[in-house]
Design a binder for this molecule. Sequence first.
Ligand code: AMP
Length: 449
Amino acid sequence: MTITASASSALTAKATFDDLGLSAPLLQALREKGYSTPSPIQEQAIPAVLSGRDLMAAAQTGTGKTAGFTLPMLETLSHGARPGRGQIRALVLTPTRELAAQVLDNARDYSRHLRLRSEVVFGGVKINPQIQRLQQGVDLLVATPGRLLDLHQQGAVRFERVEFLVLDEADRMLDMGFIHDIRRVLSRLPERRQNLLFSATFSPSIRKLATGLLNDPLQIQITPPNQTARTVQQVVHPCDMKRKPDLLSHLIRSNDWQQVLVFSRTKHGANRVAEKLTNEGLVAAAIHGNKSQGARTRALQGFKDGSVRVLVATDIAARGIDIQQLPHVVNLDLPNVAEDYVHRIGRTGRAGECGHAISLVAAEEALLLKAIERTTRESLEKVLVPGFEPTVLDAPPLDLSGGRGRRSPRGGGPTRNHHERNRGGGGSRGGSSRSASGRPKRSGRPPQR
Ligand code: AMP
């Protein structure tokens, strides 16, 4: 069975949390969080999980999916026996450390009036404190796959009492090459358990994974795949590649943006832009895979508490960052893979809040822009920023095969692999951002606030 709901109805859902089968301690925690109405995915997922069914849900970050799986699991766990030494009862696997930490934060918030222990384990930090925390037994464990396997290997965590398995952002886990780790974990879990699979899209590889994992699942689809949340205002500012850092700085200042998440295609680019903004007196930090876990956590914390105004991130580092009401997301570079555009702008305009997604697009990125417009089935508005109008209108596309944003020789199209990943994003070669998608408008006033 498939239930489809639109994310735009997030604010108009009719049910209340009291109707969904949750008990008083959870309802109280939800009131304290300020949630009044369940989002569509919560309305569907909570009763289904409470009834013991497996779940396969297509839902992006921003739909309230985390509460959709966490609340009913906490409810069920609150009625069972405490875990013994090293045992866990619910396991949530996530692709990144940041997402793992966020899921843990949510679980702890929701279970604050219950006698349940939730913990998180991920790589990049010392293992011994994690071993110690696991010793006392954990009701809900959030983990990235590699570190979990290490801990299991060392006998620090035991799986015989696992009742729930959640794969969160399963598509991203597969993209990141975690399939073998996931299969290894699955082979060690008890057969009788409830399985919940969440993924932004259902690609053939996700369906294959689901087939061996899920038992007669309820299928829920929240936003149609690859469509962007409707509360996000999207705009493209055409400009020259080399002027992007200056345009970014100009937009932040002239619009007085106080909290901006910027996406860079490369780690090096993220560092360079963060450094430039810092030199200009804007508090900025970069997060990416080459930064230590400590530096990443500090940057993210600073961004959350407002001491860091601009966070420049690569796609993997930014995946799953959950900051409520994040107002501005800027694509300094368009992503190599069109689907990542949807994930990126999913950071803003969440849970009914309106947000701005701004893309700085150079002529070299015309094909990427086309692929994004095709994937999202939307034509993005083009607005010229006075003083930053592009002078290069026709340029060969970026060579993305090395992932470094190098230019390909003149006339050379993207690699075959790139074409495939963008699913038909190719076509004309060397098109400009104008010819790709209509004439840009000139804005007489400063760009959007
Ligand atoms: P998620 O899709 O799980 O990342 O959640 C997106 C954001 O929406 C998070 O900041 C949640 O705290 C928030 N949220 C989740 N459920 C609700 C709700 N029913 N009402 C208001 N906000 C919510």
